[in-house]
Design a binder for this molecule. Structure first.
Ligand SMILES: Cc1cc2nc3c(=O)[nH]c(=O)nc-3n(C[C@H](O)[C@H](O)[C@H](O)COP(=O)(O)OP(=O)(O)OC[C@H]3O[C@@H](n4cnc5c(N)ncnc54)[C@H](O)[C@@H]3O)c2cc1C
Length: 534
């Protein structure tokens, strides 16, 4: 099998799906390859809400399923029984975590983690892109937020952003299409917090509210053009090269019959998710690129990072007295499949956190009246460090012939301090909650787990970033500002592996905006006939 397409997209999660939309709508013939299943429509009928609590059956399933290496992740059983096809099983594609255990959420279905994400989607600002808090010019993004503001707006429109403008400037330039509000209990907590000087910056969470289904709205648009061919259950092992050392295709392996083929295209889009895209590049070896294409700077796989993540789940009951008005709170009609409303608390001001802390953290969550659950997440900024990296053991391959990933990941003292402060602030919120007269404590299960650890759980936010950082030269980065590989500029990376540094915001809106920007840029270059010139 050898057929040439205009472009090949590797991975059809949210980011690859945006690339598919952009490329097909511009008239290109596109082949998209995903290692995962195509989930049936029936999966999405009467779907329990994503934040549903695990039942005993869920817990039992997740213990048997061995999706992750680490037993601790079984507390997330809520994702597993319903989504058993969604995740890559550990025993099929094992990896090794060194230093910290890295909780790597690897998807294995068309649509990827886009099927389960919370959709909290704040914009980045120039503060994050300038990365001044990192005090090193190396981590600065080679672009300004003004270059993606228009794209943010388009995404927010297509994926229907719900939320509310406020008077503190948070996410105020966003394009809110639906009005969301805090629910009655969230509103009470907010009012109580106003009395405290910390954490009073309590906002309605900006959430994309499109309907769930096998295909996201952007993938549906791409399919409608009839320019997109999808191959699923097929792994891309590596990229292939032309005689003049440019990438000209991909090597694929069918997961069922193990047959291998080469497929060619002028443009290759990598959107397999951060660590997976790095793996494909590192496994693309030629005489000219003995350490893998994209690795001439020796930075491929280096500077991986995550959010400093702290979370808490509380199950509560209502005391009978005075609880009726709270229990009668109506569903939010705009958020599909959930009654959760959701809040986003901006980082506390410097004077309310320890002076020596570098970087910021936000807190977000929801109080689900229907499920009687209070969920909190805090995401803190982590330093990108060269020694935090993914390497590959070429003497140890999985059954599809891919080298075993080895993840080296360690938090520094600043990140541990941040995590302590995140816990401290979360505890303050929880205490306010417990003092509400109608709330009866039931269980607070994740508290015990995270506190025993005394450190953040690496990878648990599912916001892994870096490994193929963008920059200004082929010495300080793997790709340029448009996601083009310095080593072979017809390869474009469209996922968060290109982030040079993090913010305190959730990452996916920004990674999708970059996927759109990078796709539009390569389309323009192709149309000008200058594909190999950077
Ligand atoms: C429970 C949960 C909640 C989250 N909530 C939020 C949130 O509220 N806000 C937010 O911003 N982010 C959130 N995230 C993170 C968000 O889901 C991810 O950032 C985003 O979905 C990543 O998209 P992606 O397309 O880069 O990767 P993925 O969704 O992982 O997709 C990658 C695709 O590539 C395929 N693939 C991988 N390797 C290969 C290969 N070698 N060959 C072929 N195909 C391959 C996979 O099958 C998959 O379909 C959440 C994540 C989780 C798990």
């Amino acid at each position: 099998m050898s057929k040439e397409h205009d472009a090949i997209i590797v991975g059809l999660g949210l980011n690859g799906s945006w690339a598919a939309k952009e490329l097909t709508e511009s008239g290109l013939n596109v082949l998209a390859i995903d290692q995962g299943y195509l989930l049936e429509k029936s999966y999405f009928k009467n779907l329990p809400i994503a934040s549903d609590s695990p039942t005993m059956k869920d817990k039992f399933f997740s213990l048997k399923s061995k999706i992750f290496l680490n037993e601790k992740q079984h507390k997330n059983a809520l994702l597993f029984r319903r989504w058993k096809k969604l995740w890559q099983k550990f025993y099929i594609d094992p990896f090794i975590s060194k230093i910290e255990n890295f909780e790597w959420y690897r998807s294995n279905a068309i649509g990827g983690r886009g099927h389960v994400w919370g959709r909290v989607s704040p914009r980045f600002t120039n503060r994050e892109l300038e990365a001044k808090w990192l005090k090193k010019v190396d981590y600065k993004w080679p672009l300004k937020v003004e270059e993606i503001n228009k794209i943010y707006k388009e995404i927010e429109k297509i994926l229907i952003l719900g939320g509310q403008k406020n008077n503190n400037g948070f996410n105020n330039s966003a394009n809110y299409l639906r009005k969301r509000s805090l629910n009655i209990i969230e509103e009470e907590i907010k009012n109580k917090l106003v009395k405290h000087s910390y954490l009073n910056n309590f906002n309605v969470s900006p959430i994309l509210e499109y309907e769930p289904g096998p295909f996201s709205p952007m993938l549906e648009s791409a399919v409608k053009t009839k320019k997109l061919k999808i191959i699923n259950n097929t792994i891309v092992k590596n990229l292939e090269f032309s005689k003049d050392n440019f990438v000209n295709g991909v090597k694929i392996i069918n997961k069922k019959n193990f047959k291998e083929h080469t497929l060619n295209a002028k443009i290759i889009i990598l959107a397999a998710s951060p660590l997976q895209s790095v793996r494909i590049l590192r496994n693309s070896i030629s005489e000219f690129f003995p350490r893998g294409v994209g690795n001439s700077s020796n930075l491929l796989g280096k500077y991986i990072f995550d959010h400093v993540h702290c979370f808490r789940d509380i199950k509560f009951n209502f005391r009978k007295k005075n609880s009726i008005k709270y229990q009668n709170e109506i569903f939010n009609p705009f958020k599909p499949n959930t009654d959760s409303h959701g809040f986003f608390i901006l980082p506390p001001k410097k004077k309310y956190v320890k002076k020596n802390l570098n970087g910021k953290f936000s807190i977000q969550g929801y109080i689900s009246i229907n499920q009687k659950k209070f969920h909190l997440d805090s995401f803190g900024e982590m330093f990108p460090r060269k020694e935090n990296r993914i390497e590959f053991d070429f003497n140890n391959k999985n059954k599809f012939g891919l080298p075993k990933p080895v993840i080296y990941f360690k938090y520094n003292d600043n990140e541990k301090l941040m995590w302590d402060l995140q816990n401290e602030h979360i505890n303050k919120l929880v205490n306010i909650f417990y003092k509400l007269p109608y709330v009866k404590k039931k269980s607070d299960f994740n508290k015990i787990l995270t506190h025993k650890e005394k450190k953040p759980l690496a990878g648990s936010s599912s916001h892994e970033m870096g490994g193929a950082r963008m920059g200004t030269t082929n010495k300080n980065s793997v790709v340029n500002k448009d996601g083009r590989l310095w080593d072979s500029p017809n390869v474009i990376i469209c996922d968060a592996s290109i982030f040079p540094s993090a913010g305190y915001q959730n990452i996916t809106l920004t990674s999708m905006a970059l996927a759109v920007k990078n796709s539009r840029n390569i389309i323009k270059i192709k149309k000008n006939g200058k594909l190999t010139i950077i």
